[in-house]
Ligand binder design. Structure first.
Ligand SMILES: [Zn+2]
Ligand SMILES: [Zn+2]
Length: 158
């Protein structure tokens, strides 16, 4: 199906397409997206369905970040430390496991597609709680991971 839109890069007509699987990772937060709908021209240039598509995608993923997971407390400005929400012991710098959330998404009446988000968990040696980093850090990393994924798929931002 072609549309009335034309490619900004070459002027060819844009058609609706499904993108191949793409992946990005930042600070242990990994995002993979399969079959994301987008526009593509005959020369393979790609474009988001709408300018706000990436923001909507990230928004709905942020909501999918496991809300029940314990969250580490951050201490220190120059040298960051993360404390266990259970016993206030210091958490290790290396993630022990990952929590994985898979979501089926449909944004702006787009065809549904799936995204898998993997969030690192840090295990307390004292009490055994597995906590994720504070939400805004996970969200920041997620935004960078998404930008990387879009870059590997060849979609220019915006
Ligand atoms: Zn083009
Ligand atoms: Zn603990």
């Amino acid at each position: 199906m072609t549309t009335s839109k034309t490619c900004k890069q070459c002027g060819e007509a844009l058609a609706l397409a499904r993108l191949e699987a793409m992946r990005g990772e930042e600070a242990g937060v990994a995002l993979s997206i399969e079959g994301m709908p987008a526009y593509a021209c005959a020369k393979g240039h790609k474009r988001f369905l709408t300018a706000d598509f990436p923001m909507r995608l990230i928004d709905s993923l942020v909501k999918a970040e496991s809300p029940d997971l314990p969250v580490a407390q951050k201490k220190g400005l120059l040298k960051k430390r993360y404390l266990c929400p259970g016993c206030s012991g210091e958490l290790p710098n290396e993630a022990g496991t990952h929590a994985t959330v898979e979501r089926a998404l449909a944004l702006k009446d787009s065809a549904p597609f799936s995204a898998t988000l993997s969030v690192p968990l840090y295990h307390c040696g004292g009490c055994g709680v597995a906590a994720m980093r504070p939400g805004e850090e996970v969200t920041n990393a997620l935004m960078k991971a998404a930008a990387q994924a879009f870059q590997t798929a060849g979609i220019p931002p915006g």
